[in-house]
Structures are given as structure tokens and as C-alpha cells.
Design a protein around this ligand. Sequence first.
Ligand code: NDP
Ligand code: OXD
Length: 309
Amino acid sequence: MAILLAFGARDAKPWMSALREVDDALDLRIWPDCGELRDITFVIAWYHPAGLFSTLPNLRCVQSLGAGVDHILRDPLLPPNVAVARIVDKSLARSMAQYVTTAALNHLGRFPSYQKSQLKRQWQPLPPIAASQQTVGIMGLGRLGATTAHALRQAGFTVQGWSRSPKKLAGIKAYSEEAQLPQFLANVNILVCLLPLTPTTTNILNAQLFAQLPRGAYVINVGRGSHLVEDDLLAALDCGQLSGACLDVFRQEPLPIDHPFWQRKEIIITPHISSVTDPQAAVRQIVANYRRLQQNQSLINAIDRNRGY
Ligand code: NDP
Ligand code: OXD
């Protein structure tokens, strides 16, 4: 049995070292040096090369390098009986909470406006807004969404969330299912997307949804680029329905050089860094999963392939 590291967009070497620190007897291979393909039962994947899974006759598990698994599930060649697991880690949740809170406070403090004034050498105080008067709405109250909700609340914001199933989180008003989405959106000043990308959530940040937010709302997308209909965002910014957006994820990454988002002053762009898995923090659960697979035990943080997350 061997483990293959198949990373399209990340350096595999720090992962090799961290895995070896946990168990230096592991048979580890880095794509494209796969060796004997029939040895490979376990793939650690991050935007893996197309066609890979169909070349591995004994594949039993694909472990995502991150919290999301959309990059694995969208592969039509993923055999139906292969288990899929993801990373759940406190440091990943903390760093997401930190990013989103920073983005929300940056918007609340009007830092982008003051930077514009600065470039014009203008001393232009704006009326202050209290965090408590701003409602942050988080779409997705899972591992990252719940931690982020608590961090925003600690920063003084009024926080509410929306998820598939009903939730009870101290101090956070929770809405669930599609039926409660309009009610959830109606008073949200800062909307955060922390949903997984599934067929149901693809394109969810669209014109119809933006129209249900109060005028001038702000959007923070840290879920996936395909949650957002890009033209609808630009139109909502043009007409003032939205006042701005902070985007960490994009339909195409890296964001193409000629993409209209680059030119927009109301958009803050970061290169998919809001929460990056730390190899040292994540390898233990990966090795545990590999061992559990060998012993035919159920996996840690396995996802439901039918549900898509
Ligand atoms: P979880 O699976 O723990 O949580 C997902 C949440 O979304 C759950 O609350 C779930 O509801 C809710 N949800 C799923 N589908 C729907 C739906 N159709 N309608 C309403 N709510 C829905 O995931 P994580 O919190 O760990 O991660 C969320 C996503 O964040 C990842 O999938 C990934 O795309 C993104 N991410 C981005 C990173 C970045 O650097 N930008 C880093 C890490 C993750 P319920 O609780 O009822 O199941
Ligand atoms: C993840 C990510 O899903 O980094 O973990 O986007």
C-alpha cells in the first residue's frame, strides 16, 4: 500500500517532510513519480491532474489537503466506491475567523475610503459606525462558519447565520434551509460566504440574492469562486446595491491578468489565502486516516459524497 501526493497547485515537499516526521516508514510518492500504480490505495489531493484516478486500480481513499472537497468530487473519473475525507483543524478555523473579521473591520472602519482620500491629500472624516449596528450574515455555519461567527461577535458585530440544518449557537441568530434565506438576507449589512461548493450552492451569490440585501451591503466571499456570478457582482456594484466586496476565491485561479475585478476600487482581492492548511497541523489526521483505511475502520472527517460536502 502506498500514498500518492497529487498536488496541482502546491509544493508537496513540506508535506513529505511532515508526513515522514509522523511515520518514516510510509511508502510516499509524489505525482508524476507514481511508481507501480497498483500499489497506490490512498491519494492526498489538491487540484490533482485530470485523469489520475482512473489510472489507480486499487484506489480506496482520496484525502483533500484542505477543508473543501469540490476539487475532488467534480472529477467524473472518481470511482463511486472511493471514500473522500477532508481536513478539519482548529488552526484552519482560527485563521479563517481572523481573515473575515479583519475584512469586516476594514470595511466598517472605511479604510478603503480613507486611502482614496489620502491619495487626494484630503482630510475627510466620515461619521463613525458601531460594529453592533452592523449585522454580519454568514452563509454556512460549519467548522469554519461557526468559529468565524463567534470571532465576529467578539469583535462587536451583530451576527446571524444560515445553514442547511437548524443550528443553536450562543448569541447568534440561526436560519436554515432555502425557505428562510430571504428572512436571513433582509437585514444583512455584511454577507460572508463560507459554504462548500456543491450543485445547490453554485452561483448562489447572484443578482437575485444581492437584491434581497439592504442597499449598500458588503460581500466577503471566502467559499469558492463558483459561488459568485461575477457579472452580477459588477452590476450590483455599478448600481450601488452593493458597496464593495472582499474576494479571496475566484472561478479561475490565479485570477486572469485581464479580469475586470483587478480594476475595481470597491473590490479587495486576496489570492486564496484566507485559511491555508498547515502541513504540521494536518498530517496526523491524514496518517490516522491511512491507518484506519488499512484496518478497514471508518475515516475521520469523511464527507458524504451524495450531499457533496
Ligand atoms: P463544513 O462542511 O463544516 O460546513 C459547511 C456549512 O455549509 C454547513 O453549515 C452546512 O450546513 C452549510 N451548507 C452546505 N450546503 C448548504 C446549502 N445548500 N444551504 C445552506 N447551507 C448549506 O465546511 P467548512 O466550514 O469546514 O468549510 C466551508 C468551505 O470553506 C469549504 O468547503 C471551502 O470551500 C471553503 N474554504 C475556503 C478556504 C480559503 O482559503 N478561501 C479555506 C478553507 C475552506 P449543515 O451544517 O446543515 O450541514
Ligand atoms: C480549503 C482551501 O478548502 O484552502 O481548505 O480552500
